[in-house]
Design a protein around this ligand. Structure first.
Ligand code: PRX
Length: 659
């Protein structure tokens, strides 16, 4: 991405909010920049007043006594209050007379010739969620027990999450594209005793063997006592007597009545594992009231959601990532705007799948990742042109910096030059958007995520925490707590403090480089740690390295990110082989290693390039010189000082080695 980031630096096209948006979206939440600045000031100067006012709009059992308590690095929000997230997503809408309205619209991947569609109203959700909650109870799940969910994008996934929230059992959703070792690590770390899964899931016309992956994982997980299985693909699977239960046998026979647990504001709502700079993913903790209020508020304002304005929201993310948690499920349902869940790939059966869905469901809001946009560009303009996209009012992007070429293509070809684009910057840890334009309010510049969200005291600083002048690159930090912030890393207090709170003392460090321009707009310059962003998916280079060295042929491995036309960042691996390893030719071994990583982590971690080398370049203190490897991977003469290289031969050998 470095080339497109350089081009961002010169970007100065300014797009004012369009008249079309202003006249069609309904009332504008924040109508102009003056209002934004006033509201932003209040949110920073008086967080108690600002968030207290917003929280009044939710359903509580006990009101809070104090909005925020800040004891760095620990924040508590809505202290003393009790509520339930499921009640605010589902029951509240029914209580207010909206039970028959559409809550979730699901579309399956197979089209033969028409796709399967399910429409769930709030009343449907209440029944199915309550029955699922009772099924979980019947398997011994109690308040506080972590439920692991490893499913495809089927309605039962959202239902299972809401059922967990209803009974106060935190969920840990594992992306269905991960392989079985990833399940083992996460289940063990969370000490979870139950897994909800599917027989398989549909992806580009193929079946992903989810249940088989769970079975493999369970061989190493004697603590898992129950596995609940949704039948989706009808593929043959093995059901283990006593441990495995079919969803369709257990759930529909349960009572449709299940009262919500009265949860404390700071009770754990879910864990979501994400990659960091070590090989071990971290279980990010999000709690009840702060997360609920922050995601619903950011969804309402960033997307200008207005109930009963015929809005239909389509976020293309998988619920296995934070984007799906926050902006398919938890941020959407309290806003009473129908949310779409799509099961499969964007190019199945053809490259126009999303656009046919936009036309079919009259989608008004479309939210996707830059990597997807680059794929759409490559597939060609003719695909969106085949469909009626006139229902679209607003576009969004998330997951990685967007290159201006992709932004402009999205604006012209999908937004037909009338839809604002919100480039939303945030992270698993932040719960919801932290820097984003507000549509109808913020003029946008392609490639910039513009201004901080309400309550986010974002800044670009040096390592001492001093704010840098305009256009100086530095560290992105947040200097005050916000309701959606992570409350910790599950079971690892030291890592929580070390990762987020020590590099710049007293401030939350996001792990991204950034600059602010003279307008005050933020430009994200990419990760500053050993995390890479592959197709908008976060991966630790160490995770891929660990997977590689678990292969018997590999002694040592170093992984770096390299620019990739579609993925944004691709994966290059440098591998030293065991002298005892004989047999395979370079090409077949390269393939074997690629397969091995896919098996260990999942297809997203498959290296794009593997190079064999006798030695890896290291500093005298033994650190692998990653920047040097990156330069070699992209064929650049390195500008890096190599005088600390332990062995100059390593560099020469790498240059010689073929690809
Ligand atoms: O580097 C930033 C990038 O994605 C990282 C967070 O990844 P994850 O926790 O998986 O969450 C992704 C979805 C919220 C960030 O540290 N990132 C995310 N959104 C943007 C972005 N970089 C630039 N612009 C964005 N809009």
């Amino acid at each position: 991405m470095s080339d497109s980031i350089t081009s961002m630096l010169q970007e100065n096209r300014l797009f004012e909010p369009s008249e079309h948006f202003r006249t069609h979206i309904g009332p504008i939440a924040v109508p102009d920049l003056k209002t934004y600045h006033e509201m932003y000031r209040k949110s920073i100067d008086d967080p108690g007043g600002f968030w207290g006012e917003i929280a009044k709009d939710f359903d509580w059992y006990q009101p809070w006594e104090k909005v925020v308590e800040w004891n760095l690095p620990d924040a508590k929000w809505f202290v003393g209050g009790t509520t339930n997230v499921c009640a605010n997503c589902v029951d509240r809408q029914i209580k207010r007379g909206h039970g028959d309205e559409l809550a979730i619209l699901w579309e399956g991947e197979p089209c033969s010739p028409d796709p399967e569609i399910r429409r769930l109203t709030y009343l449907d959700l209440l029944r199915e969620v309550s029955q699922t909650a009772n099924a979980l109870k019947s398997m011994g799940v109690k308040r506080g027990d972590v439920v692991t969910i490893y499913m495809g994008m089927v309605p039962e996934l959202a239902i299972a999450m809401l059922a967990c929230a209803r009974i106060g059992a935190p969920h840990s959703v594992i992306f269905g594209g991960f392989a079985s070792p990833a399940i083992v690590d996460r289940v063990q770390d969370a000490q979870s005793k139950i897994i909800i899964t599917c027989d398989g899931s549909w992806r580009r016309g193929q079946i992903v063997a989810l249940k088989k992956n769970v079975d493999d994982a369970c061989e190493k997980l004697p603590e898992v006592k129950n596995v609940l299985v949704v039948r989706r693909t009808q593929s043959p699977i093995t059901m283990h007597a006593g441990r495995d239960h079919w969803w369709h046998d257990l759930v529909p026979t349960q009572s449709p009545e299940c009262p919500c647990e009265e949860m404390n504001s700071e009770d754990l709502l879910f864990l979501l594992y994400t990659s960091g700079s070590t090989g071990k993913p971290k279980g990010i903790c999000h709690t009840t009231a702060g997360y609920m209020i922050y995601t619903a508020q950011t969804a309402r304002v960033t997307f200008n959601l207005v109930p009963k304005h015929n809005h239909v929201f389509f976020c293309t993310a998988d619920i296995g990532w934070i984007t799906g948690h926050s902006y398919i499920v938890y941020g959407m349902l309290p806003n009473r705007v129908p949310t779409i869940m799509y099961e499969g790939a964007p190019n199945f059966p053809a490259e126009d799948r999303f656009w046919s869905m936009v036309a079919r469901h009259k989608v008004t809001h479309f939210y996707t990742a830059p990597t997807a946009i680059r794929a759409f560009m490559k597939w060609g303009d003719e695909h969106p042109r085949k469909h009626d996209l006139s229902s679209l009012l607003l576009l969004g992007t998330v997951g990685e910096p967007i290159n201006p070429e992709a932004w402009i293509w999205y604006h012209q070809n999908i937004g037909q030059s009338r839809c604002p684009i919100v480039d939303t910057m945030w992270q698993t840890e932040t719960g919801g958007h932290i820097i984003t334009p507000l549509p109808g309010c913020t003029p946008t510049v392609p490639g910039s995520c513009t201004l901080p969200a309400f309550g986010i005291d974002a800044a670009v600083v040096n390592e001492k925490g001093e704010e840098l002048p305009a256009n100086h690159g530095g560290l992105l930090v947040i200097r005050r707590p916000w309701p959606g912030m992570l409350r910790g890393i599950h079971g690892d207090r030291a890592r929580f403090i070390e990762t987020y709170w020590t590099k710049v003392p007293g401030m939350y460090i996001a792990g991204d480089g950034a600059r602010r321009d003279e307008r005050g707009y933020f430009w994200i310059m990419g990760r500053i740690d050993d995390v890479i962003n592959v197709s908008g998916h976060r991966l630790g280079t160490m995770e891929v390295e660990s997977a590689l060295v678990s292969h018997p042929a590999v002694v040592e491995a170093a992984v770096v990110g390299i620019p990739h036309e579609i993925k944004g960042t691709g994966i290059a691996a440098f591998v030293t082989l065991s002298p005892h390893f004989k047999g395979a030719t370079d090409d077949s071994l390269r393939k074997q290693l690629m397969e091995h990583v896919t098996k260990e982590i999942g297809p997203i971690a498959r290296p794009d390039m593997i190079r064999f080398t006798m030695l890896l370049p290291k500093t005298r203190s033994g650190k692998i010189m990653r920047r040097l490897l990156r330069d070699i991977a992209v064929g650049k003469e390195s500008t890096q000082d190599t005088t600390t290289l332990e062995d100059f031969n390593a560099l020469a050998k790498l240059r010689e080695s073929d690809e």
